[in-house]
Design a protein around this ligand. Structure first.
Ligand SMILES: [Zn+2]
Length: 303
């Protein structure tokens, strides 16, 4: 059998954790011919801003956090390791243009001036999209003014938006802390602007409540043609017969994308993530072809 060619739309070249050579080795081993590298504009310094601190306190009030400083330190560490700049992504793409496509990122809890500067950079560096994360960037999609601006910029410059959905590791596993990452909040923006949106993790990532906002996510796909879902960290969805049937009912297989989240998903290589889906007894070959390659090729207009 000929080897399957795969596009991985969700890879994190975390400078402090993985080298680009290691990513390429992983891709080759898994049959990934193209990977979308994601920037993450995170700033541990945000935690020291009064407004952000207050916000975290409010969100965690209903759950007993005895040791706030330990929560704070864990968050700080994650924001530090996550930070991946637009310049770094662009440098990897220009070094390996055949292998990589790049997404920038902009920290939306910062002011307008910062926002505009980062967006100008993303456009200038010719990145294909913008990744935004309500969790690690401390914003509510309907309350933060920069959110609307990202959609405006994306529409004007043909960028794709990747919206992190669901929980996140560490303290963000607390659902109260991640509640802003429910994809239902971006429906008005999807409605208003002509911008392709990838909802990362299918609204489902959460270690305590897997599938947390899957229903809301499926509704968005059903209503909007240009909404795409990536399977990063939630490949298990395709190993559950009921979910697969629901995906068919909502016609998700035309907009579903493979993503590995490498190297974030603990202990999983890219090929582990591929095999996990490849070996699902519930999906058909034609669905796999779409998930592993065809859908992403259509969205990104790869040859
Ligand atoms: Zn990720």
């Amino acid at each position: 059998m000929e080897r399957r060619e795969i596009i991985d739309v969700h890879v994190h070249p975390l400078k402090r954790i993985v080298s680009v050579e290691e990513i390429i080795r992983e891709m080759d081993r898994a049959g990934v011919v193209k990977a979308v590298l994601l920037a993450m504009d995170t700033d541990p310094g945000n935690l020291d801003r009064v407004k952000i601190k207050k916000r975290i306190m409010e969100k965690t009030r209903s759950i007993y956090i005895w040791n706030y400083s330990s929560l704070y330190l864990q968050m700080k560490k994650i924001l530090y390791y996550a930070k991946t700049t637009n310049e770094y992504i662009a440098s990897l793409v220009s070094k390996y243009p055949e292998k990589f496509t790049g997404f920038g990122s902009v920290d939306l809890c910062k002011d307008r001036e910062y926002f505009e500067k980062q967006m100008e950079k993303i456009v200038k560096l010719k990145l294909r999209g913008v990744k935004i994360l309500p969790t690690l960037q401390f914003f509510h999609p309907l309350k933060n003014k920069n959110v609307k601006r990202v959609w405006e910029w994306a529409e004007r410059n043909n960028l794709i938006i990747m919206f992190h959905s669901g929980c996140d590791p560490g303290p963000w596993e607390l659902t109260d802390l991640s509640s802003d990452a429910n994809p239902k909040y971006i429906e008005p923006l999807i409605e208003k602007y002509n911008v392709p949106v990838i909802i990362a993790h299918c609204g489902s990532y959460s270690s305590s409540e897997p599938g947390i906002w899957l229903k809301e996510t499926l509704e968005l796909v059903k209503e909007h043609d240009d909404v795409w879902l990536d399977l990063s960290s939630v490949g298990y969805l395709l190993r559950e017969e009921e979910v697969v049937e629901m995906f068919r009912e909502y016609r998700v297989f035309n907009n579903l994308l493979f993503g590995s989240d490498f190297p974030v998903l603990w202990g999983m290589s890219i090929s582990d993530s591929v095999n996990y889906i490849e070996n699902s007894p519930f999906i058909q070959e034609s669905e796999k072809e779409r998930v592993f390659f065809k859908n992403a090729a259509r969205l990104f207009k790869f040859k």
